[in-house]
Ligand binder design. Structure first.
Ligand code: ASP
Length: 364
């Protein structure tokens, strides 16, 4: 149940929806973007979307057309667009894919509409425990954090673990302390509070939502976990995933998002992947690495490998979800066994596309 402080905050209401550019097809300017060579050992590509340099997702689930108000739809599309534009500008400037995925995820972590950073869901104790991981395809360096309480942008802390510690994975208090030691400002838990996530927790605990908006949000909910995958001008790829996990999750529960090989994976020889869905099963299926393995060992194109894992292997283990996967040629796959997956991508000419509704994201 909420602390007195938290109860007071309920009356503060939901944070304002994000402002920014609208529309699903926005040109972000011309780019000095990669013209990826095809690795000799790579399999022939399947269909997918070609010429992609950056893709993001905002969680698997279902968003039937009509389930969002026009304002909500604009807020989602604007959030995805800002993330894509931010990452694209970096790639256009010759910065590494690793920078692009980190900064794109930062935008989504700061956006209350997504279940990561600011908009993270509540656990059973009405707290926020944040998970994130990042991986560099060139050398397979990676960093991850789980159960973080006081870090505004967990993906940046994951990168810090990768670059400023000899470790790959840090959890809980140790990870928050590592953040403080490296000059990351302490973020109080109340920063992560939003009315919508509170209503979802109350609904999960069997209490009616406190607001009509909460009731609607609960009906039209997609997962909200965020991820990004990118291909830079040096033909390096990278992947990042950040989440608050599942509403009403047991305190201490960790899903797939911070687990390298499960929720996130990147290898220049194959693919950059960010997953979303029931984390326990994505861990058991080692989903992100399995997509890479099918490409490396079975010579599958990215579309077939990603669809095999997401639409066959994960459901066979008892769960649904989705993934975005980008190969080193710039071919994007976004399969999902849920009805949809919120996602967007930018091609090397700077054209941005966002896909929210179930009918915009056909299963691949
Ligand atoms: N995979 C996330 C988790 O299990 C949740 C999600 O993607 O919706 O924590």
């Amino acid at each position: 149940m909420p602390s007195p402080k938290r109860s007071l905050l309920i009356s503060a209401g939901v944070a304002a929806l994000v402002a920014g550019l609208s529309g699903s097809q926005l040109a972000a300017g011309a780019a000095a973007v990669p013209t990826a060579t095809v690795p000799a050992e790579a399999a022939a590509p399947g269909p997918g979307v070609r010429g992609v340099v950056l893709a993001v997702h905002g969680g698997a689930g279902s968003l039937p057309r009509g389930s969002l108000t026009p304002e909500q739809e604009k807020a989602y599309r604007d959030g995805l667009t800002r993330a894509l534009r931010t990452g694209y500008e970096l790639i256009k400037d010759g910065r590494p894919a690793l920078d692009a995925v980190e900064k794109a995820v930062n935008v989504l972590e700061d956006d209350p509409n997504f279940n990561a950073g600011k908009g993270a869901v509540f656990n059973t104790d009405a707290e926020h425990e944040l998970d994130a991981s990042i991986m560099n395809g060139k050398d397979r360096r990676s960093g991850a954090v789980a159960g973080v309480h006081h870090t505004k942008n967990p993906i940046s802390l994951a990168r810090m673990v990768m670059e400023k510690s000899p470790h790959v994975f840090m959890a809980g208090k140790g990870a928050d302390d590592f953040a403080l030691r490296n000059g990351v400002p302490f973020t109080p838990q109340d920063y992560f509070w939003t009315q919508r996530r509170w209503d979802q927790l109350m609904a999960a605990k069997g209490n009616p939502p406190a607001s009509a908006a909460g009731a609607k949000a609960g009906r039209s909910e997609a997962g909200g976990t965020v991820g990004a995958i990118a291909l830079d001008g040096d033909r390096d790829i990278a992947a990042a995933t950040s989440t608050g996990g599942l509403t009403n999750k047991q305190v201490g529960r960790v899903g797939d998002s911070p687990v390298i090989g499960a929720g996130t994976y990147a290898d220049n020889r194959t693919v950059a992947v960010s997953c979303t869905g029931t984390g326990e099963v994505f861990i058991r299926g080692v989903a992100a690495h399995d997509i890479s393995a099918l490409m490396e060992y079975a010579r599958m194109p990215v579309t077939k490998a990603a669809a095999t894992v997401v639409n066959q292997k994960i459901p066979a283990l008892g769960a649904t979800g989705g993934a975005i996967a980008l190969d080193a040629r710039g071919t994007l796959a976004a399969p999902h066994s849920t009805k949809g997956i919120i996602n967007g991508y930018v091609t090397r000419d700077g054209e941005i596309t966002t896909r929210l509704y179930d009918d915009e994201t056909p299963p691949e």
